[in-house]
Design a binder for this molecule. Structure first.
Ligand SMILES: CC(C)(COP(=O)(O)OP(=O)(O)OC[C@H]1O[C@@H](n2cnc3c(N)ncnc32)[C@H](O)[C@@H]1OP(=O)(O)O)[C@@H](O)C(=O)NCCC(=O)NCCS
Length: 168
């Protein structure tokens, strides 16, 4: 048996390629069969290492989960973008490589992301999930989220419902 340490930390620009790889695998795994293939492939190809390097330097806070030196998941977070919701913080994305899902890492990353929002002085958290992404909706409901708003995202003429969960 091998024991590997688990670490959650802020990403730095050197992590960009590894995060791009996690993004690719996790999005294909989560959204194939939900988001039309061409739209999904386009969204994934836009998010290469240059995109991530820029994001880490310039904009949202990016956290990574590292197991035995390998980046296996990431979360991005910052100010809530939906004016109609009073929560101040938002977790924009929370993704794990498929082979690392279901063993509690998502819960740890989610807790770390919420702590980071609180450290930034942002009260309350919003997360959005596509309604058809039942793994994500079960996860946020299990974590105590209340679904309070709905929206629609259109991908290549296919409209998909999204749900906002709030955590106070
Ligand atoms: C959603 C995600 C972040 C959850 O992280 P995880 O590490 O797999 O989840 P955990 O092991 O911490 O599970 C916590 C709880 O969530 C629920 N859950 C997680 N994944 C689930 C699934 N696929 N189906 C049903 N329930 C699920 C369970 O209730 C679990 O509770 P339990 O401890 O009683 O079993 C992760 O599975 C993932 O990256 N999925 C693909 C990408 C994605 O959909 N991200 C969210 C986009 S909005």
């Amino acid at each position: 048996m091998t024991t590997l340490t688990i670490d959650i930390r802020r990403a730095d620009p050197d992590d960009a390629q590894a995060i791009a790889d996690v993004h690719h695998e996790a999005w294909m795994g989560a959204y194939s069969g939900i988001i039309p293939h061409r739209a999904l492939a386009r969204m994934v190809s836009r998010r290469g290492s240059d995109w991530w390097s820029h994001a880490i330097r310039r904009s949202a806070t990016v956290l990574v989960v590292v197991i035995g030196g390998e980046i296996v998941g990431y979360a991005t977070l910052g100010r809530n973008r939906a004016r109609e919701l009073s929560q101040q913080g938002e977790i924009y994305e929370l993704y794990l490589k498929p082979e690392y899902q279901g063993v509690g890492l998502g819960s740890r990353l989610f807790a770390a992301a919420r702590r980071k929002l609180a450290d930034h002085g942002l009260e309350g958290t919003v997360v959005w999930a596509l309604e058809e992404n039942t793994g994500a909706t079960a996860f946020y409901e299990g974590a105590g989220g209340r679904d309070i708003a709905e929206g629609v995202e259109v991908f290549d003429q296919k409209a998909l419902k999204k749900v906002a969960y709030i955590f106070d």
